[in-house]
Design a protein around this ligand. Structure first.
Ligand code: NAP
Length: 308
């Protein structure tokens, strides 16, 4: 396959942590330009906006959008209208409507749209899905807790009206649950804790049930100091399951069954290359739909103000 020439928009935390090293190691992609108001990548032509990047001399086949979600739609629309394949960081948009509109535009333009969910590419996700499919599940609980100051240092956008707050990592748990559980589940009860000075939640307690009546719960919290917890626990007829490290380790009854070095973003870029080669899109919004349900259904409890 020809190398896919890539433009990267929003050179910030996740671009540096994951995208730039993963693209550099990918056999399918070459980073040919970046667009960011402040960030750049040494040795790569850089522009301060996507408009300038699209007007530049570099030939670009595909664009990855790593800015916060509230500015993603306009950039994606422009990229699609310019005939580029588009990779959206998670969450794919601010609303379900935005993503549906982009999917329609991508189809009309004949380009691939990829709504990426990196946690679905954890090393133990496929084995966990297969293991759960072979047993009777009694209950499930996802626990996603981390220190927002470590994972989102100074990110004020996270707390604005319409932003996700603790659902920014919590949506990763929802992307995992919707990938590993055998049946659809839906929200029955939710409590969202909002700091008095913020418009987005800092913690959430969510109760679901699946279509066979199995209880599914999720707890998200941004106030956990020290090491983070990104885990799914399940009680089943075949034993106690723990999916740990965000989807990268499967434990059954305390015995480690599957693990491998973390390679989620390599998995994402391999999938993006496959989609482009096949002329297909992958714009699943199920995790985002669960978040919108939580905001719609959740009881809002005020808690002490949050400051970085
Ligand atoms: P970030 O560092 O705050 O933002 C990325 C870059 O986007 C910034 O460096 C900034 O670059 C640009 N940007 C910020 N605000 C903007 C605005 N209002 N308008 C235009 N550009 C803006 O955030 P991040 O942590 O990389 O997260 C970005 C996305 O990746 C989020 O959707 C997040 O959920 C997802 N993600 C984050 C992590 C993580 O660990 N942080 C992990 C996985 C996925 P310039 O100032 O140079 O334009």
């Amino acid at each position: 396959m020809m190398t896919i020439r890539l433009g990267l928009v929003g050179v910030g935390k996740i671009a540096h942590d994951q995208h730039i090293p993963t693209i550099a190691a990918s056999p399918d992609f070459e980073l040919v330009a970046t667009a960011s108001r402040h960030g750049s990548v040494e040795g790569t032509p850089s522009y301060s906006s996507i408009e300038e990047m699209l007007d530049g001399p570099e030939t670009i086949d595909a664009i990855t959008l790593c800015q916060p979600p509230h500015v993603r739609y306009d950039a994606a629309r422009l990229a699609i209208a310019s005939g580029k394949h588009v990779f959206l960081e998670k969450p794919p948009g601010m609303t379900l409507g935005e993503v549906a509109a982009l999917a329609e535009q991508a189809e009309t333009a004949g380009v691939s749209l990829f709504a990426s969910w990196h946690s679905r590419y954890g090393a133990a996700i496929d084995d966990t899905r297969a293991w759960l499919a072979g047993t009777t599940i009694h209950s499930v609980k996802a626990i996603w807790k981390e220190d927002v100051r470590v994972w989102h240092p100074g990110q004020e956008w996270l707390w604005e009206a319409g932003a996700l707050g603790v659902f920014d990592p919590g949506i990763n748990a929802l992307s995992v649950l919707t990938a590993i559980l055998p049946r659809r589940f839906f929200l029955t009860d939710a409590t969202l804790e909002f700091p008095e000075n913020r418009a987005a939640p800092i913690a959430a307690d969510l109760t679901y049930v699946d279509t066979a009546g199995v209880p599914v719960a999720a707890e998200f919290d941004f106030r956990q100091p020290g090491p983070h917890t990104w885990e799914v626990h399940a009680e089943t007829a075949a034993g106690t399951m723990l999916l740990a490290k965000g989807g990268n380790e499967l434990w059954i009854d305390g015995v480690l069954k599957t693990t491998a070095p973390e390679a989620e973003y390599r998995g994402l870029y391999d999938q993006f290359a496959r989609l482009i080669a096949a002329g297909k899109s992958d714009a699943d919004t199920t995790p985002l739909a669960h978040v919108t349900d939580a905001f719609l259904r959740g009881v809002r409890v005020p808690v002490e103000p949050f400051h970085y």
